[in-house]
Design a protein around this ligand. Structure first.
Ligand code: NDP
Length: 362
């Protein structure tokens, strides 16, 4: 069991809280896949503050951010977020553990944690400024954690939290959409076949929105199966010509960025509060060199906003209900064993994701 494994390694026991070692994939420097190292001597993160929850990781999943962070993306801002006052004795972020999704079992809770007890099956998205889930244990604050859907295995569950928190934050906080107000909305998802896209299609359909997706031709079956109403194949000539023929949209969620920004704003209904939300923001990159930038503006009667992942356990509680009701399915494209983490990164770097890449940790 999770607990027995923890005790065997001297990480955790019901009688005492030991800070000891665990297995994890870490990086000691930024770079390409060669910097990923497996170690059995990483200090296990304990529930040292009253609101913390220590989780035995059963499965993790990878996001494009993991590949970027492996290369040093956002290093300056994330370091500042970890240690805003620059008071930590060790001012190095290394050894750094990547992995932004976890599905696992609670092994220990701080004294003020009321929502979870050891033994609970939970899922969570790990904020980028915290040590990640490619490890035996991860410790999070209680508001970041949620009870995992009962109908999913850990492997399936690990495919959802980070993309779900991202999609919800982008659609609700930046986009102003909500469950009971989406039924008359027309939404375009640019890049519907990856992690965020396959989740967002299902969420928006569960909320009753009309969903159009752009993706490659060979992903059309996947996104239609998830509920997409209209699919535009961006590889078959100029997608914008097809989109221009359609009724304009109330919201565009862009997971591709780049040149899409130039045409997407023109696909929105003007002067109606319509919003273009891009997930491909320069925030972490620019903050490294230029300081914080503001990602919101209005132009030609439509809004332009940046969408971001935000930690939110209660939002995952809502997603859990939709999953257990069969309205949102996990889309796991590839599974890797814990000793194959470099191969999992390689898979992600090849691009063309069709859902998520999951790592089975235990
Ligand atoms: P994935 O890698 O899982 O998916 C990307 C998908 O886009 C792939 O299916 C790819 O398939 C497809 N694609 C590529 N080019 C195009 C195109 N021109 N038109 C339509 N589809 C295209 O990424 P995620 O879904 O996890 O994330 C999407 C983006 O959002 C990433 O850039 C990520 O970094 C960003 N992101 C930002 C967050 C934030 O907080 N701001 C949080 C999470 C994600 P194919 O190439 O075969 O078409």
């Amino acid at each position: 069991t999770a607990t027995a494994a923890g005790v065997r390694r001297g990480v955790w026991s019901s009688a005492s809280r030991l800070q000891s070692c665990m297995s994890a994939w870490v990086i000691d420097q930024y770079g390409t896949n060669e910097v990923l190292k497996f170690s059995e001597e990483i200090t296990a993160p304990t529930a040292s503050s009253p609101t913390e929850v220590m989780i035995r990781v059963h499965a993790a999943s990878l996001n494009p951010l993991d590949v970027s962070m492996r290369g040093g993306y956002g290093a300056k801002l994330l370091k500042l977020r970890r240690d805003p006052m620059c008071v930590m004795a060790n001012d190095s972020e290394f050894p750094l553990i990547l992995g932004r999704d976890v599905s696992g079992v609670v092994v220990d809770c701080g004294s003020q944690v009321t929502h979870f007890v050891p033994g609970d099956e939970v899922w969570a998205a790990v904020p980028p400024w915290k040590q990640g889930s490619l490890a035996e244990f991860v410790t999070l604050t209680d508001y970041e954690v949620s009870h995992k859907p009962k109908s999913l295995s850990h492997t399936e569950a690990a495919s959802i939290p980070y993309v779900a928190n991202t999609a919800l934050s982008a659609l609700v906080n930046a986009g102003g959409l909500y469950r009971d107000g989406a039924s008359n909305k027309r939404v375009l998802i640019i890049g519907g076949s990856g992690g965020v896209g396959t989740f967002s299609v299902q969420l928006l359909k569960a909320w009753g929105a009309h969903v159009t997706v752009t993706c490659s031709q060979n992903a059309e079956g996947l996104v239609r199966g998830l509920g997409a109403d209209e699919v535009v194949d961006y590889t078959a000539g100029d997608a914008t010509e097809q989109l221009k023929e359609m009724e304009k949209f109330d919201l565009i969620l862009d997971g591709v960025g780049g040149e899409t920004e130039q045409w997407a704003m023109g696909m929105l209904k003007p002067w109606s509060g319509a919003k273009y939300i891009t997930l491909v923001t320069p925030l972490l990159l620019n903050t490294d060199s230029m300081g914080l930038l503001q990602g919101s503006m209005i132009s030609s009667g439509v809004f332009y906003r940046w969408g971001f992942y935000a930690p939110d356990g209660p939002a995952l509680d809502e997603v859990s209900k939709l999953v257990d009701a069969g309205k949102i399915l996990p889309v796991v494209e590839a599974q890797f064993a814990f000793d194959q983490v470099p191969q999992a990164f390689q898979k992600l770097e090849e691009g063309h994701a069709r859902g998520k890449t999951v790592v089975m940790v235990a």
